[in-house]
Design a protein around this ligand. Structure first.
Ligand code: GAL
Length: 729
C-alpha cells in the first residue's frame, strides 16, 4: 500500500529533524567542545599538545595585560592560566569587586582576542604566595567555619563564590563550548597532601568539591592538581620542578602538568631564586617525551604583589625568574630558549598525540623515545640523563652530540632541531638606570600611640591581631602603663623586658622612644623581643607596635594560625621579682594615625603640616615622607631604588606599590649554579647578604605626566634623600 500524504509528510519531518539533530550534534562535537582521552585534551575535536603559562591578572596592571599576553603568544604559548583571587573580588560578604586589576572578564577577553585559550583555576583556595591563600579574611569569622574540609559553612561559601565566577563566565560566553577561550578549570589546589592529613573528612570534601564543580556544567573539563584521587571526570594533574614520571589516576585521562615551576618566589630575608633555562627545558621535554600533553609554566609572568596582597613574609616582587620579568620585559635567554623549544615541540604535535612512545636504550644513561604513528611520520627524543658527561650517541643512521643533562628533539627522526642545553637565544642583563633629578622630600612624624587615650580600646589581656584588625591594616598598637614606685628598681640594673609575639614584626616603644625591633621570617614568623629597658619612677608608657607581613597562604588549617602580641610579657629584675604583664589591662589601637588621615592620598596628605629642609626627619622611626615628581620621558618600565630605607609601604598617587623592606638582608648561602643535576628551589640563589628587595616596580600607568604624589611610610628609619627613580632597560 502506498503511503498516505500525511505519512509522507511525517517521515519527511522526521528525516529533517534527525538531520538537524545530527547537524547540531556535529556542530557541538566538532566546532565547540573540549574533551579528553588518555593522550590529550581535544579542542574542537582535535587532540592538542598545549603549552600554557601563568599570568595572574592582579599582579600587573590592565595597561600591561595586552603586551604580556602578546609576549606570551610570541613565546609560543597556546593557553594563559590564572587563578581567581577571591579576597580581591569579594572584600566583604556579598560585595563584589571586578574593576581595575581585578577585571577578570577584561583579562580573559584580551587573551581571547590574542587567539589564546584560558585555563581558569578558580580554586577558590589558590595558595600562590597570595595573602591568606586567596581567602577573604571575613571567611574566618563565619560561625562554625573550618577551611578546606567537610564543613558546611565553608562548603556553602566556596560553592557560592565558585558559582558566582562560573555564571559570570557563562554570561559573557567565555567557556569554549560557548565560543569562548576557557578550555579548562581547576577546583581546589594541591589538596591531596591536606586530605592525607585530615583523613575521612578530607576525602569527603574532595568528593564534594569535585561534584560541586562538575555540577556547575561549564562544558569544559575540571582539573585538581596534586590530588591523586581526583574523582571522575576530574583530571588529576602534577605540580613540581619535574613531572616526567607522573601518571594520571586513570588511563583515559591525559598526562597534565599544571605548575612547571620556572623559578621560585622570594621571601623577605631570603635570597633570590632562579632556575636555569637548560634545566627547565630539560624537565619539559622529558615530560613530553614520556607522553605529557599539557604543560603550564608557573609563572610565565610573576609580576608584583601590590598593596598588601602578598602572603606571609612574601616579598613585593613576585618576579619568580619567569620568562617575562616582573616589569613585563622578556627575560633572555629564558624566554627565547623556551620559544625555540615550543616551535620544536609543535613540529612534533601530530605524532605525539597519535602514538605512544617506544623507548630504547642508547647507552648506560641515555634513551631514545620514538613516536611513530601508522601514517609513517616519525618523531624522536634523544635524552642524556647524565649530569656529568656529554656523550655521542648513534641513532638511526646518524650520530648525535648530547650535552650532559639534555634532550634533543628530532621531528623527523633525523634532524636535531632543538637541544635543551644548547641555548641559542640571546642573553642579556637588564640594567637599572637612574633617572635624572632628585626628589625634594617633606616629612611628618607618626604619633606613638599611648595607653588609655581616648582613641584606644582597653581590654584585659592580650588578643590576636587579625581578629582585631580584620587585616584592614598591617599595624596594631598594644599599650599599657607600667607604674614604678621608688622601691621597685634595684640599683645598678635596668629591668629586663621580654615580649613574645606570634608575629611578624614588633617595635617596642617606651615613653615614646624606640627601645628596639624584632622580626621573624617565613619559617619562623614568631618573634621575642628581649632587652634591658630604662624605666623611671612614676608612669612609664609601654607601646608595642605589632606589624603583620601578610597572612599565611599555605599549611594545615592556616586560618587558625595567630599573629600579634600574645605574650607572655614579663619584666624581670625588679625588687619584687618578675612581673607578668600579660594579664594586665591593655589598650588597643588599630592602624596608624597617618592611615586614618589617608596621608597617602592627595587630599589626606594636605591635611597635616609637613616639614622639609633642615627639619626633614632622617633615620627616624615611624615617619611619613612625601614628594612630587614628573613622569620621566621614554617607555622603559620604572622602579624606585629604596636601598637607603628600612621597612614600610609606598604609594604613588594614592595606590600602594607594596611593602618595602630593603633593610632585610638576604640570609643563606649563594653558590655558583650549574644547570645540570636535580634542581630544587634552594639550588641557584643569588644576592646573599644584600637587601632581599631594593627595587620596587612603579607601574607606568599609575603616573600622570606631571605632579605625581609619592608617599612613604617608614617604620624603622631611613634616609629618603638617597631614594632614586630608575628605568629598567
Ligand atoms: C604550589 C602552589 C602555587 C604556588 C607554588 C609556589 O604548590 O600550588 O600556588 O604557591 O606552590 O610558588
Amino acid at each position: 500500500m502506498a503511503p498516505s500524504k500525511a505519512q509522507l509528510w511525517k517521515s519527511k519531518m522526521l528525516m529533517t529533524t534527525a538531520g538537524l539533530l545530527l547537524f547540531l550534534g556535529w556542530v557541538a562535537s566538532v566546532s565547540c567542545s573540549v574533551t579528553y582521552d588518555g593522550k590529550a585534551l581535544s579542542v574542537d575535536g582535535k587532540r592538542r599538545i598545549l603549552i600554557s603559562g601563568s599570568i595572574h591578572y592582579p599582579r600587573s596592571t590592565p595597561e600591561m595585560w595586552p603586551d604580556l599576553i602578546e609576549k606570551a603568544r610570541n613565546g609560543g604559548l597556546d593557553v594563559i592560566e590564572t587563578y581567581v583571587f577571591w579576597n580581591g573580588h569579594e572584600p566583604s560578604p556579598g560585595k563584589y569587586y571586578f574593576e581595575g586589576r581585578y577585571d577578570l572578564v577584561r583579562f580573559i577577553k584580551l587573551v581571547q582576542q590574542a587567539g589564546l585559550y584560558v585555563h581558569l583555576r578558580i580554586g577558590p583556595y589558590v595558595c600562590a604566595e597570595w595573602n591568606f591563600g586567596g581567602f577573604p579574611v571575613w571567611l574566618k569569622y563565619v560561625p562554625g567555619i573550618e577551611f578546606r574540609t567537610d564543613n558546611k559553612p565553608f562548603e556553602d561559601a566556596m560553592q557560592s563564590f565558585t558559582s558566582k565566577i562560573v555564571s559570570m563566565m557563562k554570561a559573557e560566553n567565555l567557556f569554549e563550548p560557548q565560543g569562548g577561550p576557557i578550555i579548562l578549570s581547576q577546583i581546589e589546589n594541591e589538596y591531596g597532601p591536606v586530605e592525607w592529613n585530615l583523613g575521612a573528612p578530607g576525602k569527603a570534601y574532595t568528593k564534594w568539591a569535585a561534584s560541586m564543580a562538575v555540577g556547575l556544567d561549564t562544558g569544559v573539563p575540571w582539573v585538581m592538581c596534586k590530588q591523586d584521587d581526583a574523582p571522575d571526570p576530574v583530571i588529576n594533574a602534577c605540580n613540581g620542578f619535574y613531572c616526567e614520571n607522573f601518571k594520571p589516576n586513570a588511563d583515559y585521562k591525559p598526562k597534565m602538568w599544571t605548575e612547571a615551576w620556572t623559578g621560585w618566589y622570594t621571601d623577605f630575608g631570603g635570597s633570590i631564586p632562579s632556575r636555569p633555562v637548560e634545566d627547565l627545558a630539560y624537565s619539559i621535554v622529558r615530560f613530553i617525551q614520556n607522553g605529557g600533553s599539557f604543560v603550564n609554566y608557573y609563572m610565565y609572568h610573576g609580576g608584583t604583589n601590590f598593596g598588601t596582597t602578598g602572603g606571609l613574609f612574601i616579598a613585593t616582587s613576585y618576579d619568580y625568574d619567569a620568562p617575562i620579568d616582573e616589569y613585563g620585559l622578556v627575560r633572555e635567554p629564558k624566554w627565547g630558549h623556551l620559544r625555540n623549544m615550543h616551535k620544536a615541540i609543535k613540529q612534533c604535535e601530530w605524532a605525539l598525540v597519535s602514538a605512544d612512545p617506544k623507548v630504547t636504550s642508547l647507552g648506560s644513561n641515555q634513551e631514545a623515545h620514538v613516536f611513530q604513528p601508522k601514517s609513517g611520520s616519525c618523531v624522536a627524543f634523544l635524552a642524556n640523563y647524565d649530569p656529568t658527561y656529554s656523550v655521542k650517541v648513534n641513532f638511526g643512521n646518524g650520530q648525535y652530540d648530547l650535552p650532559r643533562w639534555s634532550v634533543s628533539i628530532l621531528p623527523d627522526c633525523k634532524t636535531e632541531v632543538f637541544n635543551t642545553a644548547k641555548v641559542n637565544a640571546p642573553s642579556y642583563r637588564p640594567r637599572m638606570i637612574a633617572v635624572d633629578g632628585s626628589f625634594s622630600w617633606q616629612s611628618y612624624l607618626e604619633e606613638t600611640a599611648s595607653a588609655f587615650a581616648d582613641d584606644t580600646t582597653t581590654m584585659v589581656g592580650l588578643y590576636e591581631q587579625s581578629n582585631i584588625t580584620r587585616d584592614s591594616t598591617d599595624y596594631l598598637w598594644y599599650m599599657t602603663d607600667i607604674t614604678i614606685k621608688p622601691g621597685d628598681l634595684t640599683s645598678g640594673q635596668d629591668p629586663f623586658l621580654s615580649v613574645a609575639s606570634a608575629g611578624h614584626v614588633l617595635h617596642v616603644f617606651i615613653n615614646g622612644q624606640l627601645a628596639g625591633t624584632s622580626y621573624g621570617h617565613l619559617n619562623m614568623p614568631k618573634v621575642t623581643f628581649t632587652s634591658n629597658v630604662k624605666l623611671r619612677v612614676g608612669i612609664n608608657k609601654l607601646s608595642l607596635l605589632s606589624v603583620t607581613v601578610g597572612l599565611p597562604n599555605v599549611g594545615l588549617h592556616f586560618e587558625t594560625w595567630n599573629t600579634g602580641v600574645l605574650g607572655p610579657i614579663t619584666l624581670k629584675g625588679l625588687s619584687s621579682g618578675t612581673w607578668d604583664l600579660s594579664n594586665w589591662k591593655w589598650s588597643y589601637k588599630v592602624g596608624l594615625k597617618g592611615e586614618a588621615l589617608d596621608l597617602h592620598t592627595v587630599s589626606g596628605s594636605s591635611s597635616v603640616e609637613w616639614v622639609k629642609g633642615s627639619l626633614l626627619a632622617q633615620k627616624q622611626p615611624l615617619t611619613w615622607y612625601k614628594t612630587t615628581f614628573n613622569a620621566p620621558a621614554g617607555n622603559s618600565p620604572l622602579a624606585l631604588d629604596m636601598w637607603s630605607m628600612g621597612k614600610g609601604q609606598v604609594w604613588i598617587n594614592g595606590q600602594s606599590i607594596g611593602r618595602h623592606w630593603p633593610a632585610y638582608n638576604a640570609h643563606g648561602t649563594c653558590r655558583p649554579c650549574d644547570y645540570a643535576g636535580i634542581f630544587s628551589e634552594k639550588k641557584c640563589r643569588s644576592n646573599c647578604g644584600q637587601p632581599t628587595q631594593k627595587w620596587y616596580h612603579v607601574p607606568k600607568s599609575w603616573l600622570n605626566p606631571i605632579g605625581n604624589l609619592l608617599v612613604i611610610f617608614e617604620e624603622w628609619g631611613g634616609d629618603p634623600t638617597k631614594i632614586s627613580l630608575v628605568q629598567r632597560q
